[in-house]
Design a protein around this ligand. Structure first.
Ligand code: ADP
Ligand code: MG
Length: 654
């Protein structure tokens, strides 16, 4: 039965749909080249007839039943290069490559069947020699389409290319800077087989890519033999690497941005690979000798390995087991395209001549088998993204879908309800956020108030300590003034009731002698005893005097004319005033929380500040009282009224 339709009909549509399920068969397009002038000259007959767009009828010479082969598309000799490009659906492969898939187009067939012509146009081609546009092959047309597509993407895309050949089972870099040398094929868990140290060239324009193609074609091994004047003697693989910066959420581009590959390894991302296989040949038919025969044997061996892998891939039971991709460099580099995660298109090329029928039948059978091979197209993953996580994400997504559908079945209003819940949660979260922000703001203010309160308390403490020192200085002056009085003058400390020890420790009766008159003070027994002054008897200074007994720096200089130099006093005199000052200055000021409200600027420092400041103030006040009383008694002055007890007025001039 003939099938009607355009060559780029069903197949193109099926390819345009892309990989539909987890398993996608290799797409196969059959191209029948026209009879060559030489074949026509020899009077050879065509054994092939295309019926419709998908079926090829093979009529064996000498009679016998026709054999039909069915492919995705069958393109007869009348089809142009543009027809072939369209029918093959290579643009769809390009789109998939842009989304991170690994796509392969490879030509297969007997030598001289038109593989190279289909991919790159007619020979000769080389550096500086370009193919006429109408004869340009699938590769040039795809390049033009891809560069145009990338320009209109609106997202940055990095394009790179590599070009290699497998010649006599050796991988050679067709874009190498120097003369090509054999490169090793390696395997890694993340990217499978790859060629190490292969030159990968970044390009931005169609012209630059065409130059790379021409450079590779000119360096590729080819020879003339009976069946083909420009027979490729190697398998050639041109690969385009497409790295696209995309948002993972973009529906158009689910593949994440791939990181650049390690040095010496090909880049990771979408790939579009064009494989021009060397043709199988019967050495007897091609007349190959010497080097040509060696090449032919090598080509045939690798094609045999390829056929073997395809056969094993077809067997559903054996597919799970070992596939001998390692048997040849070709099968290693095509492993992903054949049985892995790639999307693959095979263009099988045949000669119509009845003379070539055995090879043509072999190719047709080979291609028929290949189109039953399936792959599992999959965008390459970032090596950093663990597969376990991906699986988990997929499971969660699936669960989410199920739950949503169940929810929808149970209650049609559920979706509206869930929307309301989401809105409620969002509102509440927003409210909580606002509350936290306000609380943070309040805490920040409180903290700064506490800090300023602490600073003020410290200032006040410093002022009080200075005043104490000043008072002590005055006290010493007063003591000096009283020295000329002969005999045991009535001691001030006896006459002034001593304040409690905790209020005025330096003047308490813990000390055996009065600091002013040197009189014994044992009768002023203090319950707290020596606890107030443990540091008085410290280490000795170099001069032999205990450090605590040395006059402090602020002590008045010794008056040589004076009968009683302060130096001659007991060390405890200095000690006591020194300790007083130390205790006042070392008083720890702990700011209270919350901070006290700010008082008016003229408020006495005693009213503000930390909790310990009132203690200091009391002590200061007591000290002032004591000094004042002492001075008054010494000079017979009346006591000051309460109103005059401001810090500035109470200090007597020294
Ligand atoms: P292969 O690569 O399969 O060995 P080639 O592509 O080199 O074969 O083609 C062999 C010869 O046949 C070349 O001279 C080429 O120009 C010619 N040829 C192949 N296919 C066609 C075609 N469709 N139309 C015209 N000439 C073709
Ligand atoms: Mg060729």
């Amino acid at each position: 039965m003939e099938e009607r339709g355009s060559p780029d009909g069903d197949l193109a549509r099926s390819l345009e749909q892309g990989p539909e399920g987890p398993e996608t068969p290799i797409q196969v397009v059959l191209r029948v080249r026209p009879m060559s002038a030489a074949e026509l000259r020899r009077g050879e007959q065509s054994a092939l007839h295309c019926s419709g767009t998908r079926t090829l009828q093979v009529s064996p010479p000498g009679g016998g039943p026709d054999v039909a082969f069915r492919f995705g598309a069958v393109l007869d000799a009348a089809r142009t290069q543009e027809d072939v490009f369209r029918a093959c659906g290579v643009r769809r492969l390009g789109e998939l490559a842009l989304r991170g898939f690994s796509c392969t187009v490879f030509t297969f067939g007997q030598t001289g069947s038109g593989k190279t012509y289909t991919l790159t146009g007619p020979p000769p081609q080389g550096e500086g020699v370009s193919v006429p546009p109408n004869l340009a092959g699938i590769m040039q047309r795809t390049f033009a389409w891809l560069l145009d597509r990338v320009q209109h993407l609106g997202a940055p895309v990095t394009l790179r290319a590599s070009y290699l050949e497998i010649y006599n089972e050796q991988v050679r870099d067709l874009l190498s800077v120097g003369s090509p040398r054999p490169l090793p094929v390696r395997w890694s868990k993340t990217r499978g087989f790859y060629v190490e140290q292969l030159r990968v060239v970044e390009f931005e324009s169609l012209g630059a890519l065409m130059e790379l193609l021409q450079m590779g074609l000119s360096r590729r091994r080819s020879s003339a033999h009976t069946l083909n004047q420009a027979s490729s003697r190697s398998h050639a693989l041109l690969t385009l690497y497409i790295s696209r910066q995309t948002s993972p959420s973009s529906p158009d581009s689910p593949a994440p941005q791939m990181p650049p590959g390690a040095p010496g390894e090909p880049p990771v991302g979408g790939k579009l690979c064009f494989v021009d296989l060397a043709g199988s040949e019967k050495v007897a038919a091609t007349g190959s000798r010497g080097e040509l025969m060696l090449e032919a044997n090598s080509i045939n061996r690798s094609l045999l390995a390829l056929g073997h892998c395809i056969s094993l891939l077809l067997d559903p039971q054996r597919k799970q087991s070992h596939i001998p991709f390692r048997d040849s460099k070709l099968t290693k580099l095509l492993a992903d395209s054949l049985g892995g995660r790639g999307v693959t298109l095979m263009v099988a090329c045949v000669s119509p001549s009845a003379q070539c029928l055995p090879e043509t039948l072999s190719t047709l059978r080979y291609a028929s088998r290949a189109q039953r091979v399936t792959t599992r197209p999959q965008a390459p993953k970032s090596p950093k993204q663990p597969q376990r996580l991906e699986i988990e994400i997929l499971q969660l997504q699936e669960e989410n879908r199920c739950l949503r559908s169940q929810l929808g079945q149970i209650d049609p209003k559920a979706s509206r309800l869930s929307g309301a819940r989401v809105a409620w949660a969002q509102r509440n979260l927003y409210g909580m956020l606002q509350e936290f922000m306000l609380e943070n703001e309040r805490l920040r203010k409180e903290n700064s108030q506490l800090q300023s309160s602490r600073d003020r308390a410290r200032d006040e403490q410093r002022i009080l300590a200075q005043q104490v020192q000043e008072l002590e200085r005055c006290l010493l002056c007063a003591c000096s003034d009283h020295q000329p009085y002969p005999g045991p003058a009535p001691c001030l400390c006896v006459m002034v009731p001593a304040p409690p020890c905790h209020a005025l420790p330096p003047l308490c009766s813990c000390h055996r002698l009065c600091p002013l008159c040197r009189a014994p003070l044992a009768h002023w027994a203090c319950a707290q005893g020596e606890h107030h002054l443990p540091q008085v008897f410290g280490p000795k200074a170099p001069g032999g005097m205990p450090l605590a007994a040395q006059p402090p720096p602020w002590a008045p200089p010794c008056n040589p004319g004076s009968a009683k130099c302060p130096r001659e006093r007991s060390p405890s005199d200095w000690t006591q005033t020194r300790v007083l000052a130390e205790m006042l200055t070392e008083e720890e000021v702990v700011p209270s929380a919350p901070p006290l409200p700010m008082g008016p600027p003229n408020t006495s420092p005693v009213l503000r500040g930390g909790a310990a400041v009132p203690n200091l103030a009391q002590r200061l006040e007591a000290l002032r009282d004591q000094i004042g009383s002492s001075l008054r008694r010494g000079r017979s002055q009346p006591p000051p009224s309460e109103a005059t007890r401001s810090p500035s007025r109470v200090l007597p001039p020294c």
